[in-house]
Design a protein around this ligand. Sequence first.
Ligand SMILES: C[S@@+](CC[C@H](N)C(=O)[O-])C[C@H]1O[C@@H](n2cnc3c(N)ncnc32)[C@H](O)[C@@H]1O
Length: 220
Amino acid sequence: MYDAVRMDNASRLPTFDNAYQRRSAPWVIGEPQPAVLELERAGLITGRVLDIGCGAGEHTIHLTRLGYDVLGVDFAPTALEVARENATTQGVPARFETADALSLIGLSGFDTVIDSALFHVFATEEQQRYARTLHGVCAPGARVHVLALSDRTPGFGPRISDAAIRAAFTEPLWALDQLEPDIYRADGSPEDRAQLGLPAEGLVDMTAWLATARRLDNSE
Ligand SMILES: C[S@@+](CC[C@H](N)C(=O)[O-])C[C@H]1O[C@@H](n2cnc3c(N)ncnc32)[C@H](O)[C@@H]1O
């Protein structure tokens, strides 16, 4: 599955959608990522929020429940079906829309973007395009939080270096305010677990990067 995300954006869509159709995706853990919970507690989520590549909607639902103005977007129709089901089950009026993160047509004015495990699926040139696209939909001074799997330790998934984040979120469009090691919680397949010597059951904490980029306005 994860090797298959190293493909062009159009081919990637059915790969992701199939994972949701099979209800089998290592990133669907039924709860928000600890790093996102911590960002919220630290007051780093403000104003209009975009949860980009929202998947099963855990972060959109959590933040909507807390009273934030959040929109969850994903390009996979089945992801949005699952997200809407989850929101209904939990009685949360969360909003979801279809959007391609590399174009984001018709969206604007976001103050915070939560990217949990999206940036790392893109190839290098897509990462640059993505950062430019986000600049176009963000308000002045907006913050983008990127939680991406790290290549510092063995793991599963498309793991990246901190250099990839630094190269995409750079001047004149972005100032990188923070980039620190963190964790991304996942539910590995039996094959991934066996390969990495992980326990056969339970969620696993993968090494990740947590970056915060701030939109600069001297480039318009
Ligand atoms: C690894 S999953 C992470 C989902 C969720 N954010 C989480 O942390 O559980 C990546 C998500 O990004 C979505 N995605 C991938 N490429 C996308 C694109 N170009 N535009 C919008 N969504 C995309 C996938 O459908 C998938 O739901």
